[in-house]
Design a binder for this molecule. Sequence first.
Ligand code: AMP
Length: 212
Amino acid sequence: MSKPQLILLGAPGSGKGTQAKRLVSEFGFGHISTGDLLRAEIAKASELGKKVKSIMDAGELVNDQVVLELLNANCDLTNNVYIFDGFPRNGEQAALLEDFVLKGTPAKAIYFKVDFEQIIERITNRRLAPKSGEIYNLLTRKPKVDGKCDVSGEDLIHRDDDKEEVVRNRLEVFKKTIEPVLEYYKSKTQLVELDASRPADVVFEDLKKLID
Ligand code: AMP
């Protein structure tokens, strides 16, 4: 497989989910978002879903092993290039990803850098279509019909953990845990940084260059 696996790193609201979806539709990569996988467990009301709901509602991190198992059950690297979105979140997860999933497969980590004040504005205006996976923003990417997904027509939701108080906690958690992840990939010379405060189309053009 010539293209490396892609690991997207960035604070909640840095735009990595939106860009991941564009990369998937343009290049056909697989997309693994641990946040989406966990939300799917909650929607199914599985045992795992019941266990993680209150942790996620508070904006805290779910146990590393639990997320690793979910990740492993949902990807097969034999013939696929994946975009890892939302994993790893801390230094331990970076090592787990390498030892139990990538196992030496070439990979590139892309860090989406954005100013935190800008993030609060972005996330509190974010709306999600749970079935189609489309992501909207009331300021920069409004749905054509208020409160409805352009693609599926379903009702848009405001994630409980996208409310301002929880967003602030998620950003605190991010600040405390991301540094060792960046160091990990820097030491392996796999880290690339991207200015993600620019409009989504501009960021996407840069991403395409990084991938080619
Ligand atoms: P996200 O959609 O990536 O913002 O994730 C939403 C929530 O899911 C996070 O605030 C965590 O509670 C949980 N979560 C997602 N990915 C991970 C992970 N890699 N490790 C621990 N918790 C995670």
